[in-house]
Design a protein around this ligand. Structure first.
Ligand SMILES: Nc1nc2c(c(=O)[nH]1)N[C@H]1C(S)=C(S)[C@@H](COP(=O)(O)OP(=O)(O)OC[C@H]3O[C@@H](n4cnc5c(=O)[nH]c(N)nc54)[C@H](O)[C@@H]3O)O[C@H]1N2
Ligand SMILES: Nc1nc2c(c(=O)[nH]1)N[C@H]1C(S)=C(S)[C@@H](COP(=O)(O)OP(=O)(O)OC[C@H]3O[C@@H](n4cnc5c(=O)[nH]c(N)nc54)[C@H](O)[C@@H]3O)O[C@H]1N2
Ligand code: SF4
Ligand SMILES: [Mo]
Length: 802
């Protein structure tokens, strides 16, 4: 050990730069943060990625925003004329402008927007930003939910009444079989990758479903190279094999899903007590009792069937005598099985490219190697059929019977804490004004999130009303979301825009006021639970401020509290006293702020996981699931009522080769994308140690596809779609389907230290991937955008310019 290292203070910490939140030890020398290393004693500290290791480069980057600034020239002008101002002036201006918009037009005309906590330290402040927004009275907050969380958290609420797989996390330690579907934790959540490798060492099987042979696919028992966006067909095909061969948990299906409940063939609705007898219950359902040969009632409030020993039919078709005459009814599971029956392995191979044997072997492994723990993410979120893909995978999962079972997907217990999101401050009347609610009533708006497209529409078209203000804590809308040109128009049209960030990104450039945020290493951050396991969730840690903030940067939490006070919400924000707020938040946990400050490695609270909590009874009524039937809902009447398919039927990607044969000749390839291990989304290209390793935006393609286009590895090429063209550098990947190419989004930033260029966010030299994705064909339920399955063509750039 060198003398230097010996002198360095070693501070237990965690890296907050992405969702992994890796436990770490930071070195601080003479008030300077110099290194970050893994802390194997921390539940997420087995390893750090390179971004964490070079975090000091982020902290000391020369382009960091250091002072509040205001624009002095019109929006759209090449030179915004940024002028340094004091925090007092900045906060006063922001408060004055926002109050004026609220008074004149209503608080809903201001949208709050944040970077995703999965790709930034917004996790420190997210709940406080929500509280600020609710105190202000706006129902509108955008955080890329339509691209990054819908399929993980919200879509399966309709099936399971819970966020599956992300709230009910994969219990990797105890899993018999791990299923990663459109998820590559080697890049995106290193704590999951290390836990998976450990689980494999103790015998767990691994199935990876990904168009690329990337990350853990190399260590998988089965890698399924699915055609981008055809995942719904694959899920239904797996479910078909499982049902057909009897590889499913029949008692779970019978007792805990709505599979036995009868559906009227005339209306597609559940048969209800009232249908049999007008004085019967409108709330009770019916199932078919095979022993008695008649319908038997099920009452959700009681969670039970009228006859204890009824043998409930899962299959068949039954004539039921209703008050209006006989009606043919079938159990929901019969309809589910019929849907899946349309996707036999041959059809699945035709649609998805996954061979017949692989489909059968994978279904078998899911059954034989239970318990199954699964995680699905970006590969499935950014699709025009994202909701039904998530529900189709939920269907496969229900067949395993492993929901909330040890080694399955478990709702881990959490330390008690006060809910500080301020829900009580937003009235029902304001909530009803959430953008997007009218068009997609089951979508993100129902759960407190608005999409970027709805935000742009409200700004530009004043639909359903005019949005005039934007408060952004991080985020880079114009690069992270599709339809950047319209986004730019929208941001320029805002009456007032304040952006809080570490860097001046292309979306911040149109702001009126820019405020400098600290990196997580310059500020405290409270984390209650590290999510990935019971042990991880038992840890509460108050990340220490390692070094003083750069310039006049403030933490997001500080800025929220400062703004709240200026806006007159001091009483809801402990009069600006953040410690008092933390004390309030921590009170139910029994852990004091002082003990957290004394123990920077964190304090553990005892937790005891209870499994299969849906079986727990209160006054003899089982808890069940938080759905209308209190069962897992294969068949959703809620969907039916809104005009969506009640079963998770497969729909081709809307801008794919099958649904748009008219485009196929000109755009014969399928474009998807993936994250880079070196960079988070549109960040970090300015860090020399990272940029040196990957200086250019890449597009991966099969050598045969390249040869057919006279493209050599390393050539600059154009990715062209019906919506536009952007540049990237060709990289070969022999494991790809020759019809599939995979790009990267997020390129704009330069790295002058190593002479690596920036890329214009718009125009002919742009490398802004999302410019080539259109916004016309989106998931009808969630508004998700097909960033992962779009027709395209690749051309050599020189050829193009001739
Ligand atoms: N290094 C790094 N880490 C990150 C981030 C980052 O940008 N960089 N971002 C953070 C954020 S915000 C998020 S949301 C998470 C996301 O984490 P992941 O979901 O793991 O991220 P991706 O690499 O975008 O997508 C996962 C996989 O989906 C595959 N895929 C692409 N199209 C399809 C498809 O049609 N079907 C299937 N089945 N798979 C497909 C890709 O090849 C990729 O390997 O990562 C977080 N962590
Ligand atoms: N083609 C394509 N597009 C995608 C994706 C994809 O996989 N492919 N992924 C999508 C996904 S999953 C997501 S989540 C979105 C991400 O989109 P965004 O959430 O907008 O994330 P970034 O593009 O990384 O922009 C983050 C900005 O926040 C700033 N920032 C970082 N940390 C902090 C902080 O602690 N405080 C403050 N105030 N600012 C901070 C950064 O400097 C940066 O300017 O992109 C989506 N777009
Ligand atoms: S994976 Fe990397 S960036 Fe993410 S928390 Fe861990 S060290 Fe930080
Ligand atoms: Mo994300």
């Amino acid at each position: 050990m060198s003398a230097d290292t010996q002198q360095a203070e070693q501070v237990p910490s965690f890296c907050a730069l992405c969702v992994s939140r890796c436990g770490a030890i930071a070195s601080v020398e003479d008030g300077r943060f110099t290194a970050l290393k893994p802390d194997p004693s921390h539940p997420t500290g087995q390893a750090l990625c390179i971004k964490g290791k070079v975090a000091p480069e982020l902290v000391y980057h020369p382009d960091r925003l250091l002072y509040p600034m205001k624009r002095t020239r019109p929006k759209g002008d090449a030179d915004p004329g940024w002028q340094r101002i004091s925090w007092d002036e900045a906060l006063d201006t922001v408060a004055k402008k926002l109050t004026a918009l609220s008074d004149r037009h209503g608080p809903e005309t201001v949208v709050f927007n944040t970077a995703s906590p999965s790709t930034s330290a917004l996790s420190d402040s997210m709940a406080w930003v929500r509280r600020l927004r609710k105190a202000f009275g706006s129902p509108n907050q955008s955080v890329s939910m339509e691209l990054c969380g819908w399929g993980r958290y919200l879509a399966n609420i309709y099936s399971f009444g819970a966020g599956l797989p992300a709230d009910c996390m994969p219990d990797l330690e105890n899993a018999g079989c791990i299923l990663f579907w459109g998820y590559n934790p080697t890049v995106s959540r290193i704590a999951h990758a290390t836990a998976t490798v450990a689980a494999q060492k103790s015998g767990a099987r691994l199935i990876v479903i990904d168009p690329r042979f990337a990350g853990l696919a190399r260590r998988a028992d089965h890698w399924l190279r699915v055609r981008p966006g055809s995942d719904g067909a694959l899920a239904l095909g797996l479910a078909h094999v499982m049902i057909d061969r009897g590889w499913y948990d029949e008692s779970f299906v019978r007792d805990w899903t709505n599979g036995p409940l009868l559906i009227r063939s005339d209306s597609g609705r559940f048969l209800r007590g009232q249908d049999l007898d007008p004085s019967g219950s409108p709330d009770s359902y019916l199932a078919w009792d095979e022993t008695a040969g008649r319908a038997v009632a099920y009452t959700p409030d009681l969670g039970s069937y009228a006859a204890d020993n009824a043998e409930l039919a899962l299959f068949g078709s039954f004539e039921v005598e209703t008050a209006q005459g006989p009606v043919t009814c079938r159990p929901a599971f019969q309809l589910t099985a019929e849907l899946c029956g349309r996707y036999d392995p041959q059809e699945v191979e035709r649609l998805t490219g996954v061979e017949v044997d692989k489909v059968v072997e994978t279904a078998n492994m899911l059954w034989e190697s239970r318990p199954v723990a699964y995680m699905a993410w970006s590969g499935l979120e950014q699709q025009s059929n994202a909701t039904q893909i998530a529900r189709a995978i939920g269907l496969v999962y229900a067949l395993t019977g492993d929901f909330d079972a040890k080694g399955g997907n478990v709702l881990f217990p959490a330390a008690l804490s006060a809910n500080i999101q301020g829900d009580e401050m937003l009235s029902g009347e304001q909530r009803a004004k959430t953008l997007g609610l009218a068009d997609r009533p089951l979508g993100p708006s129902r759960f407190d999130h608005v999409t970027s497209a709805d935000t742009y529409r409200a700004i530009l078209d004043h639909q359903p009303y005019a949005v005039r203000g934007l408060v952004s804590f991080g985020s880079n809308l114009l690069v992270a979301h599709a339809d950047g040109e319209r986004g730019r128009e929208a941001l320029r049209a805002l009456e007032f825009h304040v952006h809080v960030d570490l860097f001046m990104n292309p979306s911040a450039e149109t702001a009126d006021i820019v405020l400098p945020a600290t990196s997580p290493f310059e500020s405290e951050g409270l984390k209650i639970g590290f999510e990935t396991s019971e042990t991880a969730n038992s840890l509460i840690q108050l990340r220490k401020k390692l070094v003083e903030p750069r310039g006049e940067a403030r933490s997001d939490v500080q800025i929220v509290f400062d703004l709240a006070c200026r806006l007159g919400f001091g009483s809801a924000f402990w009069d600006g006293d953040i410690d008092a707020a933390y004390r309030h938040q921590l009170a139910p946990s029994g852990v004091s702020l002082e003990s957290l400050r004394e123990n920077p490695a964190g304090v553990r609270v005892p937790l005891q996981t209870r499994h299969k909590k849906y079986t727990e009874r209160t006054e003899n009524v089982a808890r069940g699931f938080a759905t209308p039937s209190r069962k897992v809902e294969f068949y959703s009447e809620v969907f039916l009522e809104q005009g969506y398919p009640p079963l998770p039927d497969y729909e081709e990607p809307l801008v794919g080769p099958h649904s748009r044969p008219d485009l196929a000749a000109r755009y014969p390839l399928i474009l998807t994308c993936a994250k880079d291990s070196l960079y988070c989304e549109s960040q970090h290209r300015g860090l020399p140690s990272l940029r040196r390793r990957a200086p250019d935006p890449q597009v991966d393609l099969h050598p045969a596809a390249a040869a057919a286009r006279a493209i050599e590895a390393g050539d600059w090429v154009l990715i062209e779609t019906p919506n536009g063209r952007v540049r990237a550098r060709a990289r070969f990947d022999e494991a790809l389907d020759p019809d599939v190419v995979c790009g990267q989004h997020g390129w704009w930033q330069a790295c002058p230290e190593i002479d690596a260029p920036g890329f214009a966010p718009f125009g002919p030299d742009s490398a802004n991937f999302n410019l080539v994705i259109g916004h016309d064909h989106i998931d009808p339920v969630s508004g998700s955008v097909p960033l992962r399955a779009y027709v395209c063509e690749i051309k050599r750039l020189e050829a193009e310019r001739e």
